[in-house]
Design a protein around this ligand. Structure first.
Ligand SMILES: C[S@@+](CC[C@H](N)C(=O)[O-])C[C@H]1O[C@@H](n2cnc3c(N)ncnc32)[C@H](O)[C@@H]1O
Length: 287
């Protein structure tokens, strides 16, 4: 008990001092994930299509579009296929993710390797549309939505798809328990809790605070099951779903057996190991 109290006060102290997984850590993590991110796209890209193909985004009009935290460019490529009229700026901080953006030589695409916040603060460009896929947890949403508002033209459109609270059920507590039991291995915690909205209602609340009106909004949940706990952990790592967690520890391989033991205990259901991805997406207009 005393050990737990000591652990949580140490954790709280690190969070206050902002000794947490940093932008550089996420960059390194996504540089690695770039080789396997297609596994995520194969299963989850179909949900991103809902915002790419929204009826609220005109097809036959020349639009300046920002694909923010574009990764390997799933949204960029979808937009290039959707219309020949779009001019797209694709920004990501991971050069390795950007390298996979095959259409970066396309004259209609400007690829930029940059921290997203720095980009938004320094760009003189004003956009008709911003797309933002699966990266909200890496940003402070208050800072980000304010900046989105400032780089969008009046009446501009914001398309978001994001994980929401309740996604990856029990994974956070599994990692916290491992950290508590292997305190000597912990370098720094992650700080993403405040950056996931509570479902589609939460997403609307966050966006409306910064001047965005919801035109359409939906939510969903999908489940993946695996025969072995090791496979579930591998899925979290290769897709980027648990990006950052490997950086918590001095030696990830030292703590991996304990993570697997906990997955075995917590995630077993009906003969398989199951993980959920809970998400919301929407199209918003700057009022
Ligand atoms: C889950 S991927 C999403 C990629 C893409 N939007 C998609 O829908 O497939 C998250 C992306 O956010 C990027 N990212 C995380 N933090 C960032 C930051 N501070 N600035 C720019 N990109 C960032 C990562 O490098 C990664 O490519």
């Amino acid at each position: 008990m005393i050990n737990k109290i000591r652990f949580y006060s140490k954790l709280g102290y690190k969070l206050i001092k902002k000794e947490v997984i940093s932008r550089d850590d996420y960059k390194e993590e996504y540089d690695k994930v770039s080789e396997t991110y297609h596994y995520w796209l194969k299963e989850m890209g179909r949900y991103t299509d809902n915002i790419i193909h929204s009826k609220h985004i005109e097809v036959d009009k020349e639009l300046k579009i920002l694909d923010f935290a574009c990764g390997t460019g799933y949204i960029t490529k979808g937009l290039l296929n959707k219309s020949t009229e779009y001019k797209i700026t694709s920004v990501d901080q991971s050069d390795k993710m950007l390298e996979k953006l095959l259409d970066r030589d396309n004259p209609r695409v400007t690829a930029s390797q940059s921290d997203g916040i720095e980009f938004l603060k320094t760009t003189n460009e004003r956009y008709d549309v911003i797309f933002f896929g699966w990266a909200l947890s890496y940003f402070n949403h208050n800072e980000l939505l304010k900046l989105f508002n400032s780089v969008l033209k009046p009446g501009g459109i914001l398309g978001i798809i994001t994980n929401v609270e309740g996604t990856l059920d029990k994974i956070e507590s599994i990692f916290l328990n491992v950290m508590s039991e292997k305190q000597e291995e912990v370098i720094k915690p992650m700080d993403i809790k405040f950056n996931l909205p509570k479902g589609k209602k939460g997403l609307v609340r966050w966006c409306s605070k910064y001047g965005f009106k919801a035109l359409e909004v939906e939510e969903g949940e999908v489940f993946f099951s695996f025969k072995e706990p090791e496979e579930l952990l591998q899925w979290l790592n290769i897709t980027g779903a648990a990006a950052g967690t490997r950086k918590i520890f001095k030696n990830y391989h030292e703590v991996k057996p304990l993570i697997i033991e906990k997955i075995k205990k917590e995630k077993y259901k009906n003969g398989v190991y199951e993980i959920n991805h809970k998400f919301a997406y929407g199209i918003f207009r700057k009022e």
